[in-house]
Design a protein. Structure first.
Lengths: 193, 193
DNA sequence: TTACTTTGTGAGCGAACATTCACAAACATT
DNA sequence: AATGTTTGTGAATGTTCGCTCACAAAGTAA
C-alpha cells in the first residue's frame, strides 16, 4: 500500500475535519472545500469516502508501527522503553493533533466492516509493541508480577487514551506532553516492585 | 426534567441503535421502525433528533448519579466503596448494554453544543463520586499518596473505559462483570500502600 | 506538434435525511 | 352521547448526501 502525496494531503485534511467538527462534519463537500477544489476531484484519488477513512487509519497504523519500532529498539531498560514510547506518542500528537482520530476511532465503529478492521489494527499495533516490553520488565524483576502483563498493559493504554481524550475535550488547552509524561511516570512507579 | 414513559422507550431504542449500528444508524426512520410506528410520531414526544440524544445523555447522567450515591453511602471502607461503584457499573451495563453509549459518547462529540455539554456532565458525575472516596482512602493511609488523587482517579477511569470498549468491540463476548471486577481489583491492589 | 496521462471542473443524479402538516383513531372527561 | 386531548398516520417538504459523467486544462513524452 503506497500512499501518494496528494492522497496524504487529503487524509490530513480529513483528520483535521474529524478532530474539529466530528464525524458528521466529514462530508465530501467539506473535505473538498478544505482541499481547495471541487467534490468530484476527490474521486480522482480515492474511489469512495469509505476508502479515504480506511486509508487514513491504515496510514496511521503503519506510521505508528514504524515510530514505535525505532523507539523500542535503541533502549535496554523496560522502564526507559515505555517512557520513550509514550513520549514519542505525545510528540506525534502534539505535532499532528488532527490525527487524534487514531486514538478515538471508536466514534467510527460500526460505520463499515472495513473501518472496524482498520480500527482493530491500530489497537493491535500498539499492543504488539508494548506487551513484550512489559513482559521483559516482569522477567527482569522490575515490574509487579502479581498483576498479569495484559492487565498492566490495559492500565497503561487506558490511562493514555483518557489523557488524550481530556486534552481534546479541553480544546488542547494544556501541555499534553508534560502532563502526560508525568502521568505515565506515576503509573510506572506504581507498577514497579 | 421529567421523562415520560414513552420518551424513555424511545431513548432506549435510540441507545440500542447507537450500540449496534453506530451514529450513522441512528436515523429517524430506523428509530421509528424500532418503535413500531411512523417517523412523524417521534415528533409527538421530542421536538428534534438532537433533543432525543441530549435527553438520553441527561437521563444516563441522572441515573448514574442516583445509583452511585446509593452505592457509596452504605459503606465505610474506601476500597469496598470503589469496588461497589464499579460492580454497580458492570451490573448496569450488563443489564443495559445498549446504554454503553454513556461510556463512549466521544463519538458524539462536536455534533452540537448541547450534546457536548451533556457528555461533559456524565464524566463530571463519575468524577464527583469517585474523587472523594480516593481522597478519603489517602487520608486514612490506605492508598498511595505519592501519586495525586486526580491521577489515581484517572487510572481507574481510564482502565474502566478501555475495559468497556473492549467488551463492546468483541461483541460482548466475555463476562464483563467478572473480568472487570478482577481488573479493578488488581488496580486497587496496585494503589494500596 | 502531436498524442497521452493526470488532475481538475460543474452540472446533475437518485437516495436518504430531518422535519412539517392535515388528518384520523384512541382515549378520557364530562 | 358529546367533547377535548393524546398519539398515531402518510404524504410531502426542502436539504444534503455520496457519487458519476462529459468535458477541459496542464504536464509529460515522442
Amino acid at each position: 500500500m503506497e500512499i501518494k502525496k496528494r492522497q496524504l494531503e487529503i487524509i490530513e485534511a480529513a483528520g483535521e475535519i474529524l478532530t474539529e467538527s466530528g464525524l458528521a462534519g466529514l462530508t465530501t463537500k467539506n473535505l473538498a472545500a478544505k482541499m481547495g477544489f471541487g467534490e468530484s476531484a476527490l474521486y480522482r484519488h480515492f474511489k469512495s469516502k469509505e476508502e479515504i477513512i480506511v486509508t487514513m487509519l491504515q496510514y496511521l497504523a503503519a506510521d505508528m508501527d514504524k515510530r514505535l519500532t525505532a523507539c523500542v529498539a535503541k533502549l535496554e531498560d523496560p522502564v526507559e522503553k515505555l517512557k520513550a514510547v509514550f513520549n514519542n506518542q505525545f510528540d506525534f500528537f502534539e505535532k499532528h493533533p488532527h490525527f487524534l482520530i487514531a486514538v478515538f476511532s471508536e466514534g467510527l465503529l460500526e460505520e463499515s466492516k472495513k473501518i472496524n478492521t482498520a480500527i482493530m489494527q491500530i489497537m493491535a499495533t500498539k499492543k504488539k509493541h508494548l506487551l513484550p516490553v512489559i513482559k521483559q520488565g516482569q522477567q527482569e524483576g522490575i515490574f509487579e508480577t502479581a498483576t498479569s502483563a495484559e492487565d498492566l498493559l490495559h492500565i497503561l493504554m487506558g490511562s493514555f487514551r483518557l489523557h488524550m481524550l481530556q486534552w481534546r475535550m479541553t480544546a488542547f488547552s494544556f501541555d499534553a506532553k508534560q502532563k502526560g509524561n508525568k502521568l505515565m511516570g506515576s503509573i510506572l512507579t506504581l507498577i514497579k516492585v
